[in-house]
Design a protein around this ligand. Structure first.
Ligand SMILES: [Zn+2]
Length: 135
């Protein structure tokens, strides 16, 4: 597979959530310098961090929807939590949306990550967790 970025960006090949999402963003055509709206509300800081790091891994520019600054450009992709998706829909700006919620033309965030997992072993991991003694 071609490596469009220098080898020191090895994180893109990792199996972390940001790397999985980053590979998904690349599938959606995101390129270096593209604006990506991160629409994750204050209740979802983990999702926001994952989206920001994914944007960084593909050298896109993350724009915070919750930053109270007006959106001046149309994003290549929007990455949103459920609340962010609702807020984005209210703006009525056409865009490709990856979100933790369902809707017309919405790409399900969880599915995009799972499709880009290096080792999709969800069942194995669940079984391991179930075996661990409670602390
Ligand atoms: Zn949220």
């Amino acid at each position: 597979m071609a490596q469009p970025f220098p080898s020191h960006h090895g994180d893109l090949q990792a199996d972390s959530r940001p790397a999985r999402l980053a590979r998904g963003l690349r599938q959606l055509g995101v390129q270096r310098g593209d604006p990506i709206v991160v629409a994750c509300c204050p209740e979802h800081p983990t999702e926001r961090a994952v989206a920001e790091e994914a944007a960084s891994l593909v050298h896109a520019r993350a724009i915070e929807l919750y930053a109270d600054e007006p959106l001046v450009e149309r994003p290549k992709v929007v990455v949103a939590c459920v609340e962010g998706l609702s807020r984005w829909i209210e703006l009525k700006i056409p865009a490709r949306v990856v979100a933790e919620g369902m809707g017309d033309c919405v790409i399900w965030w969880t599915a995009l990550e799972l499709l880009n997992a290096r080792e999709p072993r969800v069942v194995d991991m669940a079984a391991r967790c179930a075996r661990q003694p409670s602390t």
